[in-house]
Design a protein around this ligand. Structure first.
Ligand code: G3P
Ligand code: MG
Length: 239
């Protein structure tokens, strides 16, 4: 079994990260899943943006939580790339709308590790249910209190423990938190971890796998999916 290919922040190796253009490109390139990051605005809209602040990825400044959706909707998120002028910050609802008629899986990463975003889990779960996408969604976070809350409040929706390194017996930890999958940094993946995870019924989807060599190592370890900026490259490699 080859790993599924999830587009990290969309096809962000070629299009500006976390924009509708990057998600559409991932679809065109044949990705089987998307990964994206969500934050909350001052008026509690779920928006797709990686950082807690607007400065790196848009022409705005300051924290996302300090601005309303009305203030964010006109911002430019094209990174100054001519071909993507006019691309802005999407609402999570826009991406769910795009994916609803497809078969794609969607990993929604809740960025509530730094800003705690009270009640974010409920908002995201409600939207997933509105679109009837419970079976195709994976909810993940580096904030494992949040993962535990998600697992308890929506056991029918898969949740994943995100981590970077050194988690001891992560397949047991996933069960302890209530999560059904592990999303480790790819350097933290070993065949032993994948084998134990699979024996415990836990899926493994490493990030961010961008080189051919790392893809081959992950595939050999037997991971369920790779999260990559270059879905097109690995589609070609996988055949
Ligand atoms: O969800 C996998 C990966 O996106 C985690 O790191 O910083 O790219 O959101 P980051
Ligand atoms: Mg992410």
């Amino acid at each position: 079994m080859y790993p599924l290919i999830y587009a990290h922040r969309g096809a962000s190796g070629h299009a500006p990260e976390n924009t509708m253009a990057a998600f559409r490109l991932a679809l065109e390139e044949g990705a089987e899943g998307l990964e994206l990051d969500v934050q909350l605005t001052a008026d509690r809209q779920v928006v797709v943006i990686h950082d807690e602040t607007l400065d790196r990825t848009t022409d705005g400044t300051g924290p996302v939580y300090s601005r309303t959706w009305e203030e964010l909707r006109g911002l430019d998120a094209s990174f100054g790339q001519e071909a993507y002028m006019g691309e802005g910050i999407p609402l999570l609802a826009q991406v769910l709308e795009l994916l609803a008629p497809t078969q794609l899986e969607l990993n929604i990463e809740l960025k509530n590790g730094i800003v705690p975003y009270e009640g974010m889990e409920e908002l995201v779960v409600r939207m997933v249910r509105q679109y009837g996408m419970e079976k195709r969604i994976v909810l993940s976070s580096f904030n494992h209190y949040s993962v535990a809350r998600l697992a308890a409040m929506a056991p029918d929706i898969e949740s994943a423990v995100l981590y970077a390194e050194g988690l001891y017996r992560p397949w047991e930890y996933a069960a302890f938190v209530g999560a059904r999958s592990l999303h480790p940094h790819y350097l933290a993946v070993t065949p032993e971890i994948v084998m134990n995870a699979h024996m415990a019924g836990v899926k493994v989807r490493p990030w961010t796998v961008n080189s051919d060599e790392d893809y081959r190592r992950m595939a050999a370890a037997g991971v369920d999916a790779v999260i990559t900026n270059y879905p097109c490259k690995f589609k070609a490699l996988r055949g």
